[in-house]
Design a protein around this ligand. Structure first.
Ligand code: URA
Length: 434
């Protein structure tokens, strides 16, 4: 087989066979297909799409490109959660300790930032010393001992997705249903959890801008999970404005900690409660929504979810004192408020633009090799629907470079729209796909 022929076949709109996909994934993983040819293939897939059969073949080929984790040494149901990516999405950092504090075993694999969206691993690295580069033996031992572990994608776990993910991030080929579904599900299937809860985002900050596309992605992933014998549930949620108020790695960690202290922003708390409920139901720890919600509330009130976060951070080499003293997290040297030049209701905040502001400040990667600045980002002081007077602060920018701060400020103001009437807001939770 020749990669050139496969690129041409896809470019011309034909479907690749499972055999061709297996070959392509194996050769790319073994560095026998260069990035420039795979970039061309990704762009061809982006424009031509993939059939359900191609998506399933790509998912399994990527899942099998490394080890398939055997978690049978962990007693009980192992649960995992994954988001399709959003702006200000610090959910795993609060939700995983909440659910673990309720007694469900969390064996999670996480990724880094992608495009304008952030990634859980980058965020967790805000804890000085924290590492997700742990061995499988460490991962299993930690889940057995404290009920929670998050590992990064090692070279042995879905390495094909690891390479492709980094390539798609810098070649504008992220937002394609088949590529997202196969990327997420290959990792989830390889990392061995029995129950998988997916948070599928929709809106201007999501890769799936339209609700119908988000539901299609949710259905595709639930089907891929179920056909591999895993309990899989997807919740479609709003990403038309940043989640909570913090956007940027260390700032989001701080907001997740505040949430575990009982002071989280309303939309973020709703999301954690909804996903947490689905996880506890799927993992057999609760029988009704009400029971699950009560369990989640209790672990916040009695402080056990916050203690679980500290225990988890420490177990993975991080400075757990930062959970109780957030001044130990990376801090930006410049903080400036962005004041409104208009008056009226904030009717819209173009969410991916806000993500791009954080990226431009240094909080995300421009190229595969970029180092990210964990301290930078934005703290929103107004959300869509709020009334804003001229001169009111809409957000604060955290930066380490005057030039980048000025650029982000201009871009952020252009992302905010005002009107005389309060905007109609749809529900935050759009639906659940089982
Ligand atoms: N998250 C992933 O893991 N992969 C994607 O392609 C998009 C979001």
């Amino acid at each position: 087989m020749r990669m050139y022929d496969l690129i041409m076949k896809k470019r011309n709109g034909a479907a690749l066979s499972a055999e061709e996909i297996d070959w392509m994934v194996a050769e790319y993983t073994a560095d026998k297909i260069p990035d420039y040819q795979m970039s061309a293939m990704m762009m061809a897939v982006y424009f031509q799409g993939m059939t359900g059969e191609e998506t399933a073949a790509l998912t399994m080929a990527m899942a099998r490109s490394g080890d398939m984790l055997d978690l049978s040494a962990i007693e009980g149901v192992k649960a995992d959660k994954h988001s399709t990516g959003g702006v200000g999405d610090k959910t795993s950092i609060a939700l995983m300790p909440m659910v673990a504090a309720c007694g469900l075993k969390i064996a999670k694999m996480s990724g880094r930032g992608l495009g304008h969206t952030g990634g859980t691993i980058d965020k967790l690295e805000s804890f000085p010393g924290f590492s997700t580069e742990i061995s499988t033996a460490h991962f299993i031992e930690q889940v057995n001992r404290i009920g929670i572990s998050i590992m990064g994608q090692t070279l042995s776990l879905a390495p094909a997705d690891k390479k492709l993910y980094a390539l798609r991030d810098v070649t504008a080929t992220v937002d394609n249903l088949s590529l997202i579904a196969s990327s997420i599900m290959s990792k989830k299937l390889a990392s061995g959890a029995d129950a998988i809860v997916l948070d599928v985002k929709t809106g201007s900050g999501a890769f799936m801008k339209k609700e119908e596309d988000a539901f299609a992605l949710a259905r595709e992933m639930v089907m891929l999970g179920k056909s591999a014998g895993r309990k899989t549930i997807a919740v479609v949620t709003d990403m038309d404005q940043p989640l909570g108020c913090a956007v940027g790695n260390a700032l989001e960690v701080k907001e997740a900690i505040e949430t575990l202290r009982g002071n989280g922003p309303e939309d973020f708390v709703t999301l954690c409660m909804t996903l947490g409920t689905q996880m506890l139901l799927a993992g057999g720890k609760a029988e009704t929504n009400k029971q699950a919600e009560e369990m989640l509330r209790r672990v916040i009130e009695d402080g056990s979810a916050l203690r679980k976060l500290a225990q988890f951070v420490e177990a993975q080499g991080g400075n757990a004192s930062a959970v109780y003293d957030t001044s130990l997290l990376p801090q930006a040297s410049l903080v400036e408020e962005i004041r409104s030049e208009e008056e009226g209701y904030l009717t819209r905040m173009v969410c991916d633009e806000v993500g791009t502001c954080a990226l431009m400040l240094g909080g995300g990667r421009e190229t595969k090799e970029s180092e990210i600045d964990l301290s930078v980002g934005l703290m929103l002081q107004k959300k869509v629907g709020d009334y804003v007077k001229k001169g009111d602060a809409i957000a604060a920018i955290y930066a380490n470079d005057e030039g980048k701060l000025a650029m982000a400020k201009t871009r952020f103001l252009k992302a905010c729209y005002f009107g005389e009437k309060a905007p109609e807001r749809g529900s935050f939770i759009k639906g659940i796909v089982r």
